[in-house]
Design a protein around this ligand. Structure first.
Ligand SMILES: [Zn+2]
Length: 206
């Protein structure tokens, strides 16, 4: 079984679609880690997760496991890199679930080259507890750019992701900052980062 941490961003959304449509993969566990911190990105990310979850359940229910958890870190003076949290939580799930043989991460061509030390550390951590069935990390969209990933999305998911790291909240919704590294990366591919309206907390992105 493959474990996929799902942030709600464009990269994880497009990677997940690719994995779901791969007939060689028979079971995928998606887990959304909600990270509440001072950036206020957790709400629009949760809307994105809910929209993907409903899309996937309607089409691939038999090959899915879906779960979510939330961590409130607003007391901390600075923000954690969410990838650290993702990989650490994957390590915890893997230790408790021997059926997981792979963990898929949404690293892409645009990301900086080189090994990610905390990922390697956590792989060793969970494999230590899984000597009979070690899990490995894989990067299914490592050869893709953000532009290619956006083009690969099916129409219902074109606006169902949230990648801005520092959104603005208003009474009516959430707006991308257009300044964070991800917003700038999207702009280089002429991908417009849509806004989410608040009612989407109880419904789908549109
Ligand atoms: Zn931004």
């Amino acid at each position: 079984m493959m474990l996929v941490p799902y942030s709600g961003g464009l990269d994880s959304c497009a990677m997940s679609v690719k994995l779901l449509t791969d007939p060689k993969i028979d079971k995928i566990w998606f887990h959304h880690f909600g990270l509440i911190d001072q950036t206020k990105r957790s709400e629009p990310e949760y809307i994105a997760w809910k929209t993907f979850r409903e899309w996937a359940l309607a089409r691939y229910a038999k090959k899915l496991i879906l779960s979510e958890s939330i961590l409130d870190l607003r007391f901390m003076p600075t923000n954690l890199m969410n990838m650290q949290l993702f990989v650490f939580n994957c390590a915890l799930i893997c230790q408790a679930t021997f059926e997981i043989t792979q963990v898929a991460l949404g690293r892409i061509k645009d990301d900086e080259e080189g090994d990610n030390p905390e990922q390697v550390h956590y792989i060793k951590l969970f494999n230590h507890a899984k000597k009979q069935s070690p899990a490995n990390i894989c990067y299914p969209v490592l050869d893709k750019t953000k532009g290619e990933l956006y083009k690969s999305l099916p129409l219902p998911l074109k606006k169902a992701w949230w990648s801005c790291k520092k959104p603005t909240h208003t009474e009516v919704g959430f707006y991308p900052c257009k300044k964070c590294p991800t917003c700038k990366a999207l702009a280089t591919y002429n991908i417009e980062h849509h806004r989410f309206v608040r009612r989407q907390l109880h419904g789908q992105a549109s």
